[in-house]
Design a protein around this ligand. Structure first.
Ligand code: KIV
Length: 283
């Protein structure tokens, strides 16, 4: 196999208008390895880690410790895809020196290539500071789970003129701040199309229809591995939960029925050696 070169932020920018950008979430080594092998452009170590892996209620419940720990596992597996670390709640909203320090941990400790931040009052200020420190930033607007309570809950955003215009303004502001891409979450198809045309950086949609420059999904949703709430846009490509459950039950039944392990799963010594040992052990 020829060694493929690392995808850079510059490569992602150049994909706009040429071909769709693919992005998926990963939180561990084995899935990151398979996602990269499938040829996915961007791997996001999402704070959805909270819900889908750690069994927590909200993405607000994970912190830097967990995010860095999982990001390290992902980057150990990835040579080619661009890896983006999702900055957790309150790691970039509170004070600017902390914001830059936390972003730098994703790059220096976890070996990510970029960070993602969700929209909040001073999102542009935070993006500018991180970018000034030499760290590429992906923005995230629309339904921003870390501040969903301020948006009226987990609802489609940008359905009326004022709110749609606000989203267009946010996307433009993130572009001007120097972000290299922006995630559009849960917004109408038509608004995603307008934003995608209006800005020069790529848009990556999730629940934002077909017109974004790229698409992202939570990998556990597409694999049918997450049994919690699954939104309408999360297409399930396979029911891995079903496959796993059947395999686990087969294992249990074979152990109970003395059908596992069989001789081919075991280690053996000669009958002669066994006899000697039995004699010495008074067996
Ligand atoms: O954390 C996450 O998985 C995300 C995606 C939904 C974009 O932010």
């Amino acid at each position: 196999m020829t060694e493929e070169k690392k995808i850079t932020v510059k490569d992602i920018l150049a994909m706009k208008g040429r071909r769709k950008i693919t992005m998926l979430t990963a939180y561990d080594y084995p899935l990151a390895y398979l996602i990269e092998r499938a040829g996915i452009d961007i791997i996001l170590v999402g704070d959805s880690l909270a819900n889908v892996v750690l069994g927590l209620k909200s993405t607000k419940d994970v912190g830097m410790l967990e995010m860095i720990h999982h990001a390290k596992a992902v980057t150990r597996a990835v040579k080619h895809s661009l890896v983006v670390g999702d900055m957790p709640y309150e790691s970039y909203q509170l004070n600017s020196s902390q914001t830059v320090k936390n972003a730098a941990r994703f790059i220096n400790e976890a070996k990510c290539d970029a960070v993602k931040i969700e929209w909040f009052d001073d999102c542009v200020g935070a993006a500018i500071k991180i970018i000034k420190a030499g760290i590429p930033v992906m923005g995230h607007i629309g339904l921003t789970p870390q501040t969903a309570d301020k948006l009226g809950g987990f609802k489609v955003q940008g359905k009326d003129v004022d709110r749609a215009m606000e989203l267009i303004r946010q996307a433009k502001a993130l572009e001007e701040a120097g972000c290299f891409a922006v995630v559009l979450e849960c917004i109408p198809d038509e608004i995603a199309r307008i934003i995608t045309r209006k800005i020069k950086i790529p848009t990556i949609g999730i629940g934002a229809g077909q017109y974004s420059d790229g698409q992202v999904l939570v990998t556990y949703d597409l694999l049918g591995l997450f049994k919690g709430f699954s939104p309408k846009f999360a297409k399930r490509y396979v029911d891995l939960s079903g496959h796993i459950s059947r395999a686990l039950e087969s294992y249990k039944n074979e152990v109970l029925g003395n059908k596992f392990p069989l001789p081919e799963h075991s280690f053996h010594i000669s009958a002669e050696e066994v006899k000697k040992i039995e004699k010495l052990a008074n067996f």
